[in-house]
Design a protein around this ligand. Structure first.
Ligand SMILES: Cc1cc2nc3c(=O)[nH]c(=O)nc-3n(C[C@H](O)[C@H](O)[C@H](O)COP(=O)(O)OP(=O)(O)OC[C@H]3O[C@@H](n4cnc5c(N)ncnc54)[C@H](O)[C@@H]3O)c2cc1C
Length: 208
């Protein structure tokens, strides 16, 4: 193949999703260009491996800011993902949608189509929220990106959430649901205890 209908530059989060969606039309050819390598690496699927990934350069461009007065002349580390999957190979996997009022505020300021009710169908389409108490009115159950609650329940975290409740704040089992207020556990991009990247969700299923 030496010509393509679309060329997408960068196989990270946005590029992989764009390429996968464009290629859903079998009449179209799509070339996805990625400056890094594949997503295969020992530490990539292991959630706790992210500190190793940040320290290395196999999947991290390891950018730094220029030293400047405001940073006491220190360079500041700016990690960015490298390789198919981009920053989803090295990120913290924490999944937060944002709250209704933010989106509605933007829509009121003129960002037509970006109100909460406008974006909610896309959030739902994007995800599979793997939870027995999943509220399907606001959460998706058959999208490409897998979301779970972190599995661990450390005693200190439980005590912290209990203390919040005792202080009058609600325990919130789903901060990505109807209401973001309250205390609860993070939701993360993982499946079966492993990191779930944009390659897993979008690119690999599109390859065929
Ligand atoms: C350390 C870290 C932790 C994070 N934690 C979280 C988190 O917990 N939750 C959350 O929601 N978000 C988190 N993020 C942010 C999130 O991962 C990014 O916002 C998102 O992945 C950015 O997507 P993107 O498509 O803009 O860029 P990327 O996913 O970074 O993709 C850009 C791609 O383009 C490639 N590229 C660059 N230049 C070229 C070129 N000239 N030619 C070809 N390819 C090129 C790069 O190699 C890379 O693969 C984190 C990010 C980092 C770095």
């Amino acid at each position: 193949m030496d010509s393509f209908d679309y060329i997408v530059v960068g196989g990270g989060t946005a590029g992989a999703i764009l390429a996968a969606r464009l290629s859903e039309d079998p009449r179209r050819t799509v070339l996805l260009l990625e400056a890094g390598g594949t997503d295969r690496g020992f530490w990539v699927p292991i959630p706790a491996g992210f500190s190793k990934l940040l320290a290395g350069s196999a999947f991290n461009w390891r950018f730094q800011t220029e030293p400047e007065e405001a940073t006491y002349h220190r360079p500041i580390v700016v990690p960015r993902g490298k390789g198919l999957g981009g920053s989803t190979l090295i990120n913290g996997m924490i999944f937060v949608r944002g709250q209704r009022q933010d989106y509605d505020g933007w829509a009121q300021l003129g960002a037509t189509g970006w109100g909460w009710d406008d974006v909610l169908p896309y959030f739902k389409k994007f995800e599979t929220f793997e939870a027995s108490d999943c509220d399907t009115e606001v959460r998706g159950t058959d999208g490409p990106i897998n979301i779970v609650r972190v599995g661990e329940r450390p005693v200190l975290s439980e005590a912290f959430i209990d203390a919040a409740e005792q202080a009058g704040f609600p325990r919130n089992p789903d901060y990505n649901g109807k209401d973001q207020d309250g205390f609860g556990y993070y939701q993360v991009n993982q499946k079966n205890g492993r990191r779930w990247t944009v390659v897993d969700g979008y690119l690999r299923p599109a390859l065929s």
